[in-house]
Design a protein around this ligand. Structure first.
Ligand code: ATP
Length: 203
């Protein structure tokens, strides 16, 4: 009915940049990070569940989620982090399924999921697309974008699947070693070579 792409890659690999170009080609984007915020927005059952588990200390004065406070609670406590994930992940998946079901026939839906490989979701897509960069470049771009030290950037990389695991799950790889203009060309080539023929096949 739709062509369903899973888009992933390590932290600061260029996923958002790739997604943006795919949207320019007409794809519909489902962004897991954005949904993870939506499902704990004020007034949601998700936020109520978070407050019930972690207490009013994780709410700001206006009733919204106090992310830094929640971050401090789950940072050092794996059980707390697991509980938080068990609230957020099912809600994100349900919302993503809703958006997918509402996409028009014949559309290309790109689901951007940073931890697609880590969470074992590779089988749920027509095509898994991995944005690939060497770890050293990832660290440089992460430091530049988020103002992190090298050690902080490396710690964030270490919390994810490594490049080999990710590439093993890939049906298509978009290399982002070069300049942004080269990335854009690589996305355009991917669209022409991998997406358009599959759409044509489906009629
Ligand atoms: P995250 O996993 O943190 O959400 P991401 O995978 O979506 O990140 P982007 O935000 O697209 O990655 O890119 C990470 C950073 O690297 C951004 O600051 C972006 O502008 C920069 N960047 C992306 N591609 C290139 C490139 N080819 N050359 C230089 N900088 C780049």
């Amino acid at each position: 009915r739709v062509l369903h792409l899973g888009l992933t890659g390590g932290i600061a690999s260029g996923k958002s940049t790739v997604a943006q170009r795919l949207v320019e080609h007409g794809a519909l984007l489902i962004d897991a990070d954005l949904l993870a915020r939506e499902v704990v927005a004020p007034g949601t059952p998700g936020l109520a569940a978070v407050a019930a588990r972690f207490g009013a200390g994780v709410l700001a004065a206006d009733g919204s989620l106090d992310r830094p406070a929640l971050g401090r609670v789950v940072f050092a406590d794996p059980d707390a982090r697991r509980d938080l994930e068990q609230i957020i992940h099912p809600a994100v998946r349900a919302r993503a399924a809703e958006l997918l079901a509402s996409a028009p026939d014949g559309s290309v839906v790109v689901q951007m999921i940073p931890l697609l490989v880590e969470t074992g979701q590779a089988d749920t897509f027509d095509l898994v697309v991995v944005v690939d960069v060497p770890a050293q470049l990832q660290v440089q771009r992460l430091m530049a974008r988020d103002g992190l030290s090298e050690a902080e950037a490396e710690a964030r990389l270490a919390a994810q699947a490594d490049r080999t695991q990710r590439l093993a799950a890939a049906d298509a790889v978009i290399d982002n070693t070069g300049h942004p203009a080269e990335l854009r060309d690589a996305v355009d080539r991917f669209w022409a070579a991998q997406v358009l023929p599959r759409l044509a096949e489906r009629g």
